[in-house]
Design a protein around this ligand. Structure first.
Ligand code: FE2
Ligand code: FE2
Length: 367
């Protein structure tokens, strides 16, 4: 691992001396790729994530041994750009790594790509004058830039049928960062801007609510990220349902309702065709409307089964958010009513343990 860090620092240093297309730079970049391959093989893993915690570099929960100058430079370079997490994945190309070290060496902000995922934490300082006293508050907030990019991508999905997966992955990492800094009971849930963006806003909220639940069970790292991705993509199939049905005010006709119900299967099909997605989002898209007790809902299964843990968490988050957010076709329920329905449907529609835990997390439990 230390060898990999040394190689990245060496490549960055080389780039400060030579232009990006210089053979010496390419040579050092090739060494980075080789070192990454070796590190991944040793760990039998597809990717590895560096976290910056203070002055330390942490990989898989293990701080790296301190002391090397390269390591200090590497940490410093990332910190200066507000990056607190760097994931390098198998399949990393020379072009991607050159883009990364090029930015690192020239003081620009490196961008995430298919095999390099960066996580930034944006710290904003609000200065509020209160009674003549200036108070400084630090907020860790969702990166609005990342949120905007994914919001646009969701908006374009209808016409393009494409999703920028690496940006979505980056957004989920930023949710994880943001939640890890949240001590308040209130979650940084997204707000609805326009009516036709309901699916996007709902998806963001569900992702956050799934992450909070998963984290409370001790799920961490890449697995936690998969849960967040699954939450974010659970309703992607709704973007294939005509807007006239999706945003209809009033009750749906039976055929319209049938169309609406296809969103779980359509979403799962779409996601299963994206090579880079893990299986969890596919499964959750398919299963999130299945009932806990195995009674039929949709999609209809030949043999009933218990949905997997991420689907059960998504179902609870989904119901809560769907009931408590303003939608084009219905007024939000009172929070109390939404909670009451969750409680009544616990054990039939929703996993009772997860429902109780969820109510505890949102501060609605006496336990
Ligand atoms: Fe759904
Ligand atoms: Fe949903």
């Amino acid at each position: 691992m230390e060898h990999l860090v040394v190689q990245i620092a060496a490549a960055t240093n080389m780039r400060t001396l030579y232009p990006a297309n210089h053979p010496r730079v390419r040579e050092t970049v090739d060494r980075v790729i080789k070192a990454l391959k070796q590190a991944l093989e040793e760990r039998e893993s597809d990717s590895l994530t560096f976290l910056i915690v203070g002055e330390d570099l942490v990989v898989d929960d293990q701080p790296l041994r301190k002391g090397s100058l390269s390591q200090a430079q590497f940490v410093e370079a990332l910190k200066r750009r507000g990056i607190e997490r760097l994931t390098l994945a198998a399949g990393l190309t020379q072009e991607e790594m050159i883009q990364f070290i090029d930015a690192a060496a020239t003081g620009q902000a490196p961008k995430s790509s298919a095999h390099i995922v960066l996580g930034r934490v944006r710290v904003t300082i609000d200065k509020e004058s209160e009674g003549g006293q200036e108070e400084e508050k630090k907020h860790e907030e969702l990166s609005t830039e990342q949120l905007e990019r994914v919001r646009e991508a969701f908006g374009r999905f209808r016409s393009e049928r494409k999703l920028p997966l690496n940006q979505i992955q980056e957004l989920v990492w930023s949710f994880i960062d943001s939640l890890s800094h949240t001590t308040r009971a209130m979650l940084p849930l997204a707000k609805l801007k326009e009516h036709d963006e309901y699916t996007f806003v709902h998806s963001v909220n569900v992702s956050l609510l799934v992450l909070v639940q998963a984290r409370s069970f001790g799920i961490q790292g890449a697995m936690l990220h998969s849960f967040g991705m699954a939450g974010l993509l659970h309703d992607i199939g709704k973007l294939m349902v005509p807007l006239s049905v999706l945003n209809k005010s009033g009750a749906l006709e039976p055929e319209e309702w049938n169309l609406m119900k296809t969103h779980s299967e359509q979403g799962a099909w779409f996601l299963s065709e994206i090579e880079e997605t893990s299986s969890l989002p596919v499964l959750v898209a398919y299963e999130h409307h299945l009932r806990y007790d195995g009674k039929p809902n949709y999609p209809l299964l030949r043999s009933p089964r218990m949905p997997n843990l991420a689907s059960r968490m998504t179902a609870v988050a989904d119901a809560y958010d769907a009931m408590s957010t303003v939608r084009p076709y219905q007024q939000p329920m009172m929070r109390a009513t939404a909670i009451d329905i969750l409680k009544r449907r616990s054990e039939t529609f929703y996993d009772p343990l997860l429902t109780a835990n969820f109510l505890r997390l949102i501060g609605e439990s006496d336990v």
